[in-house]
Design a protein around this ligand. Structure first.
Ligand code: PSU
Ligand code: MN
Length: 306
C-alpha cells in the first residue's frame, strides 16, 4: 500500500528527524464547511499547529495518491470542489485509487494514511459513531472500527448528538478504545461541553496524554486512543438551540429515508442551515482548539523517541 503513499517533503523531513507532526482530515474541508470558510479554516488550523511547535500534515486522496501533507493549492482545490470530492472511507479506497480519483478523507482514512506515514497524532472536529436508531438501521461509523485497529491518537471535541452518544461509548468500550477527557471527566458533545456521559479517564496535560499513549504503544496494544477536548466555554452553543436543530435534522432525515454515507453529511448540513453562522463559528473555534492541543501533545510524544 505504501506504493500509493505520497508524503510531502516537509512532513518526511520532520518524521525522519523525530519532530512532531499532526495529521488533519479533509472531509471537514470538502464536506464539513462552506467555501471559502473551509479553506480559510484549514489554513488557520495548519498555522495553529506550526505556532505550537509541530508540522501539519493535511491528508487527502488526490488523483489516486494517498497524500500525507497537502500544499495550499491542494487545500484550495479540495475546498473549492467541496462535496463533488468523494467522501472517502475505508471501503472507498480501492475504487478511488484504481480510478485515479480524488477523495476527502474521513477520520477512518485519515487515521489509516497517518499510520502508514508514521504520524501518531491527529486533530479533527468530531468523529462518526453509532447513529440514533442504530438498533434497527445498523448505522455505525467505520471510524469506530478504525479506532479499534489503528494506532493513532485522535483529538476531537467529542461527538455531535446527531449520534447516540451512549451507544457510541458502549461500542468504543467493546472495541477496547480508551476515551480520555481533556481536563474533563465528561464526554463533550461537540457544540457543547456537556453530554451527561462519563469518559474513562480525565487527563490534565499534554504530557499526560502523551504518556498514556506511549504506554499503550509499548504495551503492544493495537488500536487508537480517543481524546475528547471540550469546546472553549465562550464559543459553546446554548443547549436547547443546538438540540432542537439536531432533533429536527434527525427527523427530516428519517422522513426522507436518507441512509448510508449520505446520512452524516445530510445531518451536518441541516444543523448548520438551522443554526446559521452560530454553529459554523463554534465549529471553527473547536477545531483550532483541538489543533493546539494536538501540537502540544505531539511535541511531548516526540520526546519519547530519543
Ligand atoms: N462528524 C462531525 N463532523 C464531521 C464528520 C463527522 O461532527 O465532519 C465527518 C468526519 O470526517 C467523520 C465522518 O469521519 O464524517 C463520519 O462519517 P460516517 O458517519 O458516514 O462514518
Ligand atoms: Mn454510516
Amino acid at each position: 500500500m505504501n506504493h500509493y503513499l505520497s508524503i510531502s517533503s516537509e512532513v518526511q523531513t520532520a518524521l525522519r528527524e523525530g519532530r512532531p507532526v499532526v495529521a488533519l482530515e479533509s472531509t471537514i474541508i470538502s464536506h464539513g464547511m462552506p467555501y471559502p470558510q473551509n479553506v480559510e479554516t484549514a489554513l488557520r488550523v495548519e498555522q495553529t499547529i506550526r505556532d505550537n511547535g509541530a508540522v501539519p500534515a493535511t491528508i487527502a486522496i488526490i488523483k489516486g495518491k494517498l497524500k500525507a501533507g497537502c500544499t495550499n493549492n491542494e487545500i484550495e482545490y479540495l475546498g473549492k470542489k467541496g462535496t463533488l470530492v468523494t467522501k472517502a472511507s475505508r471501503r472507498d479506497l480501492p475504487v478511488l485509487i484504481a480510478t485515479n480519483a480524488d477523495g476527502a478523507t474521513t477520520v477512518t482514512t485519515t487515521m489509516m494514511i497517518a499510520a502508514m506515514a508514521g504520524i501518531r497524532v491527529f486533530a479533527t472536529g468530531g468523529i462518526g459513531g453509532v447513529h440514533r436508531g442504530a438498533t434497527s438501521t445498523m448505522d455505525i461509523s467505520a471510524d469506530l472500527e478504525e479506532l479499534a485497529q489503528t494506532q493513532v491518537m485522535v483529538i476531537c471535541a467529542g461527538a455531535k448528538s446527531i449520534l447516540d452518544l451512549g451507544l457510541t461509548l458502549e461500542y468504543l468500550e467493546t472495541k477496547g478504545v480508551p476515551v480520555i477527557g481533556y481536563q474533563t471527566g465528561e464526554l463533550p458533545a461537540f457544540y457543547t461541553r456537556h453530554s451527561g456521559f462519563s469518559v474513562d479517564y480525565q487527563a490534565n496535560s499534554p504530557e499526560e496524554l502523551a504518556h498514556i499513549f506511549q504506554t499503550k504503544i509499548q504495551l503492544g496494544l493495537k488500536g487508537g486512543m480517543l481524546v475528547t477536548n471540550p469546546i472553549p466555554e465562550q464559543y459553546s452553543m446554548p443547549v436547547d438551540v443546538i438540540n432542537q436543530a439536531i432533533d429536527q435534522a434527525v427527523s427530516e432525515a428519517g422522513q426522507l429515508g436518507i441512509h448510508g454515507k449520505q446520512l452524516t453529511p445530510f445531518l451536518l448540513a441541516k444543523v448548520k442551515e438551522l443554526t446559521g453562522g452560530l454553529s459554523l463559528d463554534a465549529n471553527i473555534q473547536l477545531v483550532l482548539n483541538n489543533a493546539r492541543l494536538a501540537a502540544l501533545t505531539a511535541k511531548q510524544l516526540a520526546t519519547y523517541k530519543a
